[in-house]
Design a protein around this ligand. Sequence first.
Ligand code: C2E
Ligand code: CA
Ligand code: CA
Length: 709
Amino acid sequence: MSQPDNSLRLVLVIDDDQTAHLWAKRHLSAAGFTLISALNGYEGIEIFKKKSPDIVLVDIDMPGMDGFTTCSRIRELPTGKNTPLLMVTGTEDAERVALSYLAGATDFVVKPVNWKVLIHRLHYMIKASSLLKQLEKSETRLSKAQQMAKLGHWEWYFADDKMYWSDEVFTIFQLNKESFVPSYTNCHVLIHAEDSTYVKENVDNVIKNKVTVTIEHRIKTKQGQQRFVGQQIEVIENHSHELIGLTGTIQDITERKDHENKIKRLAYYDEVTELPNRTFFLELLSSSLKLAKRNNRGFAVLFLDLDDFKGVNDSYGHHVGDLLLKEISRRLVEGLRSSDIASRGLDKQYHDAEIARLGGDEFTILLNELTYPEEAAIVAEQIQKWIGEPVFLENQQIYTGSSIGIAIFPQDGEDSETLLRNADIAMYHAKKMGKGHYQFFHDSMNIKAQKRRKMENYMYQAITNNELRLHYQPIVNAKSGQLIGSEALMRWDSPQLGFLPPDDFISLAEDNGLIIKFGEWAIREVCRQHKLWQQQGMGHLTIAVNLSGLQFNQATFVPMVKGILAENNIDYPEFLIFEITETVIMANTEKMFNILWQLKNMGIKLSVDDFGTGYSSLSYLKSFPLDSLKIDRSFVKDLPNNEDDAAIVNAILAVAHSLNLSTVAEGVETYQQRDFIENSTCSSIQGYFLSKPIPADEFEQYWKSKLTD
Ligand code: C2E
Ligand code: CA
Ligand code: CA
């Protein structure tokens, strides 16, 4: 089927400027094209008729017949329909471009022509058009065959269920005329399940609108084979134009479909690795772009280049080179689909990742499911590990590495071309650093990724090195001002990074899974502290601990909590409050329902944190065994002046009251805020107005000072 390339390279240049032909000849001949020249439109059309060139370059400004007319005349020729036509213009103004396309041009180039680039485009256009021509050829072949072939023919009268089938229809379905009685009912089972709605809709359309439809769908033969058929369906009317039935022709088109699919594969996939090729990748990229823009999400493009692939090709031959590419592509596909990355705490499979081979030893990976940009660095590292494993090919052990460049949407580009180019540039920088490196396009990302990794390394030792701390922020009764308890808030006292607030490290700990250990540590520490405080007469004070959603995913969560309570001889579990955000409660309601009830039955109190920032309604939360509700700081911030916020707070309080939940106003900083809350139905207050979160010993002082008040 594939012809040798050289026979595909006849270029017709139509231009009144002699020098243009000289330039064209020089560059195109060097690139293996054969050139035919025409000095005006009339001559060009005559030559086109005789020689059927593979591609035509037409100058727009010519005396006599201009380029636009020449172009549209060529398009009218029977052989000129699909030939790529490039308009050559001196200026790139919008009107000329529009006129070019209107005249049927495939594309246009601006003078002075950049020949190097143009030659690549010519190759690409010729390839694309030859695929199109092949498809057309097979379609005309089919239509000729159709005339000769006996088409299947059927009729169905509404009066009864029975159908009439010609012999050919029986052959198509591989059914026996003697044993199968065709009827409208029993022909349904012959249609492929996934296409049956489509067929039914079309039949309904014919009946309702008295139109003729042509459809293509799959059928299931008696032997269980799947085949494609084409059908044309129309109505049968009686003398008074009443609808009395349907009639149709049917033909097996499986071969043509196979052929079409094959052509699609050729145009969209890389032959060696069977991965999407550049053309397909760009399409995938642009649909990712659309989706990301619509959903306001980010994604990453990884540009991967093998280190020293040329060496492998040179020393073992192209055959081994191809096998290596196949193996690399297998590792990429399997790696991203499995959760090997789990070892980094990223328990995630990149099902939506797209992997393509751009050509040579270049691969691209589209990571659609990023939670944060730096995650791309973790994936890049993992990919380099997969590729770095030795490959055994034809009794040889081959080692190869890879350099990876990363571009992030939207900061590194808002269109496909830019993103791909910037990922390529980043890859080039990675190469310059030596083998086996990765780089983000944006340097700030490299710094961020480095910082994150550094932090992560230290983080793994935070518990064993005893670097975590809990600070306690007082919570008082809104009416009496009496101290009722505190919220325990985590800090990380890192010798390398300093004293860090939770906002600096909790999200990373959630990403790498360490939050599970941190959270467990916090519960244990709070219980230990409670026991100490109990001895000092502070045992009645509640302590609230923040829990992350990830902790609930652990099957061991409830037994773990039970263990800690037992381990510390807790005789008053009611002191302990678990703060859970509404989003976490809503994320997996059934599971949460179970867990929360188990905790409740152990005596632990449950509180909804940051209420108002999620999307749940209080009435929905009603079914959970909750005790209290914390009104998010953001609503308190502008009290009492912001009327909207005041209204929201009062509404939340009213519902909470009706559900018998106690309430905590968070982030109370000023007298005015305190007064507003004091005069509302809110039960308790927390905020800088009373105290910042403070270490345990300071909290003891605070308690004592409150006693003497
Ligand atoms: P959160 O649960 O909303 O905790 C209250 C945060 O508000 C604390 O910040 C607290 O210091 C701050 N805050 C309290 N009163 C005021 C005020 O009057 N004004 C202002 N501007 N802020 C106030 P912090 O300690 O930085 O903690 C931040 C977040 O980190 C917490 O928000 C919580 O979501 C998370 N976090 C803290 N400790 C833990 C923990 O042990 N485990 C988990 N999973 N998350 C924790
Ligand atoms: Ca909290
Ligand atoms: Ca909160």
